[in-house]
Design a protein around this ligand. Structure first.
Ligand code: ADP
Ligand code: MG
Length: 258
């Protein structure tokens, strides 16, 4: 676990910006965002494509650093950390789940899940035992020797969730985790995330779906690199302009609209 105690926030971003430099052009993806993730939180982030949601998730998880502002993860100001220290903080504090699963293609479910434990210096047998326990937790013990292309999308996402949890993180960051899944499978993934949250893991979820966001304890809406509604602003600022992707074409895999 991390240095942070039960009461201290898991992650605190204060007035963070992130400006990408692209061939001499500055792209201000975040323009001053403040957000606190508490232990055991359940927070949904919504907003149009390009509003900065993934950029914010990368910062919250220590995959990237802010251009300006301060970011404290597990009680540590990331500005003070070297790259290896950042990697270690990530490995100890957060788990990531992505829309497209990001599993190693030629690797079994068991070894995908065990991989983050390599960086913990655990022996192979203990890594596999812990990975097996996590696969059991997500209902996939019977798929341990399958490779990703031998599993359904929902199963692959369960493997990704098991991999995110095998290090016992205090925060799970899920960036559109149901975006490539049909709605029934998406519901079962959400239920899984919610049962993990009930066990005390803080969950930060990016979603396009308003009913999904409504299940979270807190919601924020992003637009143009800013938080425009929700905690701590006010949840009254929702507007249909903030979820236009609901009407755009789903990704190549099926989204069975009921
Ligand atoms: P969202 O997840 O809400 O769709 P992103 O955080 O991915 O938004 O992107 C926010 C803005 O930053 C967009 O204008 C996007 O094009 C830009 N952006 C994201 N990643 C990069 C990058 N690596 N380099 C340059 N620009 C980027
Ligand atoms: Mg995104």
């Amino acid at each position: 676990m991390t240095e942070c105690t039960e009461r201290s926030p898991a992650i605190v971003a204060t007035d963070v910006s992130r400006i990408y430099q692209l061939e001499g052009v500055s792209v201000p993806a975040l323009r001053g965002v403040s957000l606190t993730v508490e232990p055991g939180d359940y927070l949904a982030i919504v907003g149009t494509s390009g509003s900065g949601k993934s950029t914010l998730m990368h910062l919250l998880g220590g995959l990237d650093r802010p251009t300006t502002g301060t970011l404290v993860i597990g009680g540590r100001d990331v500005a003070t950390l070297s790259a290896p220290e950042m990697a270690r903080l990530r490995n100890e504090t957060v788990g990531f789940v992505f829309q497209s699963f990001h599993l190693l293609a030629r690797t079994t479910a068991l070894d995908n899940v065990a991989l983050p434990l390599v960086y913990r210096g655990l022996g192979r047998r203990e890594r596999r035992e812990r990975a097996m326990a996590m696969l059991q937790r997500v209902g996939l013990a019977h798929r341990m020797n399958h490779r990703p292309n031998q599993m359904s999308g929902g199963e692959q996402q369960r493997v990704a969730i098991a991999r995110a949890l095998v290090t016992d993180p205090s925060v799970l960051l899920a960036d559109e985790p149901t975006g490539n899944l049909d709605s029934a499978t998406g519901q079962s993934i959400l239920s899984l995330l919610e049962s993990l949250n009930a066990e005390g893991v803080a969950v930060v979820l990016v979603t396009h779906e308003r009913d999904v966001a409504a299940r979270a304890r807190r919601q924020i809406v992003m637009r143009d690199g800013l938080i425009v509604a929700g905690d701590p602003v006010s949840s009254a600022g929702w507007s249909s302009a903030d979820t236009p992707e609901e009407s755009s074409a789903p990704p190549s895999s099926v989204e069975a609209a009921p």
